[in-house]
Design a binder for this molecule. Structure first.
Ligand code: CDP
Length: 207
């Protein structure tokens, strides 16, 4: 069974994907980490974030497991990731590894922006997770504060809105719900309620 979870920044898709993966005993791939890792590798090598050749080389050199999540989850890396993620050549370099991960025996849970539309259009269950930008900014501020990072709510909200626009407006694999995805608005939902609802969606699709 392949479960595809997509949605905008800080919508809670990672939390849901991890919970679903644990529930069904499936491997989970947070595909945002791939784009974050490409950006991190350019920054570490002091390359311009718009350098397509360097970004493609970084994408080709990535494994799917050796991520230093602690540094990749930082606030600036999300913004940098969305710059490299808008390059069709970078996306192309990362497709095969994601599809191989999804198609392993038994299936997998993947979360990102284009899982239901591009990476796994054949997924058994697709959920498009949303929440108001204000709620998402509050959640991200709490998450960053928990990691000891400075979390100015107004700045985070502005960053989230800007990044969603870039992700939605790019020509290649923009952030959007697949026609057969179930939309889950978690603005007023607890993590538990959102998980219960997504389980219900997956179970309904399985039948
Ligand atoms: O955790 P958050 O939702 O803030 O970000 P993320 O899922 O780690 O993704 C970081 C950036 O990577 C996004 O803003 C997208 O530009 C890009 N991304 C993408 O283009 N396609 C994916 N499947 C996953 C992430």
């Amino acid at each position: 069974m392949i479960i595809a979870i997509d949605g905008p920044a800080a919508s809670g898709k990672g939390t849901l994907a991890r919970r679903l993966a644990a529930h069904y005993g499936l491997p989970h791939l947070d595909t945002g980490l791939l784009y974050r890792a490409v950006a991190a590798s350019l920054i570490a090598a002091d390359r311009d974030l718009h350098d397509v050749d360097a970004a493609v080389a970084a994408a080709r050199g990535l494994g799917l497991t050796e991520f230093d999540e602690e540094s990749l989850r930082g606030r600036q890396m999300g913004e940098a990731a969305s710059i490299v993620a808008a390059m069709p050549e970078v996306r192309a370099a990362l497709i095969e590894a994601q599809r191989n991960f999804a198609r392993r025996p038994g299936g997998a849970v993947l979360d990102g922006r284009d899982i239901g539309t591009v990476i796994c259009p054949e997924a058994d269950a697709k959920i498009f997770v949303t929440a108001s930008a204000e709620t998402r900014a509050q959640r991200r501020a709490l998450e960053l504060a928990g990691r000891g990072e400075k979390a100015d709510y107004a700045a985070i909200l502005a960053e989230i809105v800007k990044r969603d626009a870039r992700d939605s407006e790019r020509a290649d694999a923009p952030l959007k719900a697949a026609p057969d995805a179930v939309r889950l608005d978690t603005t007023k939902m607890s993590v538990e309620a959102a998980f219960a609802e997504s389980l219900r969606v997956v179970e309904a699709r399985r039948r």
